[in-house]
Design a protein around this ligand. Structure first.
Ligand code: PLP
Length: 384
């Protein structure tokens, strides 16, 4: 049967092919997935189970439980000082992915362009395409992948309506500086662009890195939709809870879309999310410490391997490794590494052309596996 034209434009990712290939080998160390190995904190699990035991197993309001929306608005207020009305400006979604898709669907018309600083999380581009829009990748400053505001400005056309920023950034781990955010804000204001601020990794920061949200920049409140997730912060990837906060009309449109695609985020997951936000944040701090320890291990190990190098990411749980000196592109490198050393990494081309001389390592396996993976990568490079 013939599927839709848009469906034909959505191809399985290279990561998926690599993931499937990895299953053919024994003893693979899989460093591809941004899915934390840490368990969901027990008190969060208990809140979800308690909700189920108490029969809270039905639909909720399409925008989510008001109690959770209130907890989200309080978190945003605590972190930024900006007040949002939980009954009008907040929607709880099926993961941040749900929020991003509903948001793009709610705002983009056929042919509208969406700027995405590269390298970027592949799903943004796919979601824009799925919504009839045109994703426009904007190259970054190669030195450290800092955002190039000059290139960003040049990429604006009369069709541009939206910009998606992600700080800390998957895959590079870059944390946008306040100055970069101010420059983005200037472009957004000048051209009336809606800024989608994907802050899924905002709590995973290392050393003295400081996170700034773009809504902290004066005049950006009305032009920004914040998107966030419980997946990374609380190791809750499978609970599928995320949210968006911002303009009432846009949140209302997203809620109407949600009514027709998912109805709502599962009720038990929403109760778990309330416990996550309202409870102690000690386990988050522990996880971040663990990621930092693993980051240090990987950065030190990779930079000792001939032909490989990487910068120290300031946030997220990824390390973006420069493989250019091997002479291979990122796809050939990743499949060859899997074949010869049984280590699975994500080819950087997945994040746009700019990433093709890089591979992404996720710090979501235990220390021992990560150590072994680095050892195998060293051995593999020596064998080339
Ligand atoms: N945003 C970024 C940048 C991500 O890397 C991911 C997941 O990898 C998501 C959003 C999706 O998060 P969720 O699990 O809440 O859908």
């Amino acid at each position: 049967m013939q599927v839709s034209n848009i469906a034909n434009e959505i191809h399985p990712s290279l990561t998926r092919r690599l993931f499937d290939k990895a299953k053919e080998y024994d003893n693979v160390i899989d460093l591809t997935l941004g899915d934390p190995d840490y368990p969901t904190p027990p008190e969060v699990c208990e809140a979800g189970c308690k909700a189920i035991r108490e029969g809270k197993t039905k639909y909720t309001a399409n925008a989510g439980l008001l109690e959770l929306r209130t907890a989200v608005a309080e978190k945003v207020k605590n972190e930024t000082g900006i007040e949002y009305d939980p009954s009008k400006n907040v929607i709880i979604t099926v993961g941040a992915m749900g929020a991003l898709y509903l948001l793009i669907k709610s705002y983009i018309n056929e042919g509208d362009e969406v700027l995405i600083p590269a390298p970027y999380w592949i799903n943004y581009g796919q979601m824009v395409t799925m919504s009839g829009g045109v994703p426009v990748a904007v190259s970054s400053d190669k030195e450290g992948f800092a955002l190039s505001t000059e290139l960003l400005e040049k990429a604006v056309t009369p069709r541009t309506r939206m910009m998606i920023i992600n700080t800390p950034c998957n895959p590079t781990g870059e944390v946008y500086t306040k100055e970069s955010l101010e420059a983005i804000a200037k472009i957004a204001k000048k051209n009336t662009l809606l800024v989608v601020a994907d802050e899924a990794y905002s709590c995973i920061l290392f050393d003295d890195a400081k996170f700034t949200s773009i809504i902290d920049i004066p005049g950006m409140r009305d032009l920004t939709i914040l998107v966030n997730s419980f997946s990374k912060r609380y190791s809750m990837t499978g609970w599928r809870v995320g949210y968006a906060v911002g303009d009432e009309n846009i949140i209302s449109a997203m809620t109407r879309f949600q009514e027709n695609v998912a109805s709502c985020c599962p009720q038990s997951s929403q109760y778990a999310a309330i416990a996550a936000l309202r409870g102690s944040q000690d386990s988050v701090d522990e996880m971040v410490k663990g990621y930092q320890r693993r980051r240090d291990m990987v950065v030190e190990g990779i930079n000792k391997i001939d032909k490989l190098s990487c910068r120290k990411p300031q946030g997220t749980f990824y390390v973006f490794v420069d493989i250019s000196k091997t002479g291979m592109n990122s796809s050939d490198f990743s499949f060859d590494l899997l074949d010869k050393a049984q280590v699975a990494v994500v080819p950087g081309i997945t994040y746009g052309e700019d990433g093709d001389s890089y591979v992404r390592i996720a710090l979501t396996r235990n220390d021992e596996e990560i150590r072994e993976a680095i050892y195998r990568m060293g051995k593999y490079i020596n064998s080339l």
